[in-house]
Design a protein around this ligand. Structure first.
Ligand code: GDP
Length: 370
């Protein structure tokens, strides 16, 4: 099921397919259902669900991935019709984030988001549960005295998960303080900091490599991570710059991850310059740009920061555009720098612009300091 224009639906489905491949799935087929709002029972409606069952049989698919977030009841109802596992976009994205988290903070944030997603979806939750005697030993990790009087197994599980979530929240808060300190130390070192932002798959890592020669792993798939990568490099004029490859934006980011995502984005507010990378070959580049800017503005506002760092828009993947498309984008985005991180086209101009902008910043700094 989808809302919005046909182009938005296509872009969202293309991203969902790429996400599924990133998670290790092979995508066999896609079905789009257009309605005003999701069907309360099966999300896509019973007719479409039957059609989906036929597709599952024809292709031999073992999983259906829905582009959205389904209620537990909708998931169950749809599974009954299609007779294979059904997962939604949220579960898929959480899975990818979990696979890719490397830092302690990133892992803790993803665990927290997964628990939040899982909590209302614990199987058997509700009236159908048979009550178990309080304090009876049994069940995984249970034990005498761990269960309150008259509590069901599910209630116990829920309570345990809530406790674990509270603990994770405290830990994340501590880690965040440590990160803030590290960042302010970096800021005070006087080396300009450039934060690379943009949608996932826009080519942020590739561009960082093209600029720094750092050799960061470039994924041939969507790489969703909450862990920023920081690299120090010298520009042509010998000026040192710290580049941070921030978290990639994903369409319909699960609400459970929004908080973690924003907290990671706080990296950008301390930067001297935002390098906003856009995939020029995307069907809707201006929508991507708008979405990224909106989130950054929100984060800045929440932090009580006014305007935030200046932004340099970089349109990447121009090698994938024909002359007409490129001319159109140039007219649409006059202030942007057009590059191909893959072929290296435009990278020299980008370096020059960076040196210019950061050079200008140096002047400001020297004026400010006595
Ligand atoms: P990130 O998620 O924004 O860090 O994006 P990556 O740097 O990992 O790149 C995502 C995908 O886009 C990879 O498959 C890259 O090979 C591809 N890519 C990156 N830059 C370019 C480019 O300039 N041209 C083309 N055609 N593909 C690119």
């Amino acid at each position: 099921w989808t809302e919005g224009s046909a182009a938005q639906a296509d872009a969202s489905m293309a991203e969902l397919a790429a996400l599924a491949e990133t998670a290790g799935s092979q995508v066999l087929d896609a079905l789009i259902q257009r309605r005003d709002k999701p069907d309360p029972a099966t999300y896509i409606g019973s007719g479409k669900a039957d059609e989906l069952r036929s597709v599952v049989l024809e292709t031999g698919a073992d999983t259906v991935i829905c582009d959205g977030e389904l209620t537990p009841a909708q998931l169950n109802a749809l599974e009954k019709v299609v007779k294979v596992k059904v997962i939604d976009r949220t579960a898929l994205i959480l899975d990818i984030f979990a696979q890719h988290a490397t830092s302690r903070e990133g892992k803790a944030q993803v665990s927290l988001a997964q628990m939040e997603y899982m909590l209302p979806r614990l199987r058997g939750w509700g009236e159908s549960m048979s009550r178990q005697a309080g304090g009876r030993a049994g069940g995984a990790g249970g034990g005498v005295g761990t269960r309150g009087p008259g509590e069901t197994k599910i209630e116990t599980d829920r309570r345990r998960i809530r406790e674990r979530m509270a603990k994770l929240r405290r830990e994340i808060k501590e880690m965040k303080t440590a990160r803030d300190t590290k960042r302010s130390r970096r800021t005070s070192s006087g080396i300009p900091a450039v934060a690379i932002v943009g949608y996932t798959n826009a080519g942020k890592s590739s561009l960082m490599n093209a600029l720094t020669g750092a050799g960061i792993l470039v994924q041939d798939a969507l790489f969703a991570t909450l862990d920023p990568t920081t690299r120090r490099a010298a520009l042509d004029d010998g000026r040192e710059v710290v580049f941070t490859d921030t978290v990639g934006f994903v369409r319909h980011l699960p609400t459970q991850l929004v908080e973690a995502f924003r907290s990671t984005l706080e990296e950008v507010t301390g930067a001297d310059l935002l390098l906003h990378v856009v995939d020029g070959s995307d069907a809707l580049p201006d929508q991507q740009i708008k979405a990224v800017r909106e989130v950054i503005t929100d984060v800045l506002r929440e932090q009580g920061e006014g305007s935030g760092p200046p932004e340099l828009l970089v349109v990447n993947k121009i090698d994938a555009l024909d002359a007409t498309q490129l001319a159109h984008l140039r007219a649409q985005l006059p202030g942007a720098v057009f590059v191909s991180a893959r072929t290296g086209r435009g990278i020299d101009q980008l370096r020059e612009r960076l040196a210019e902008i950061l050079g200008g910043l140096d002047v400001e700094v020297s004026v400010l300091l006595p």
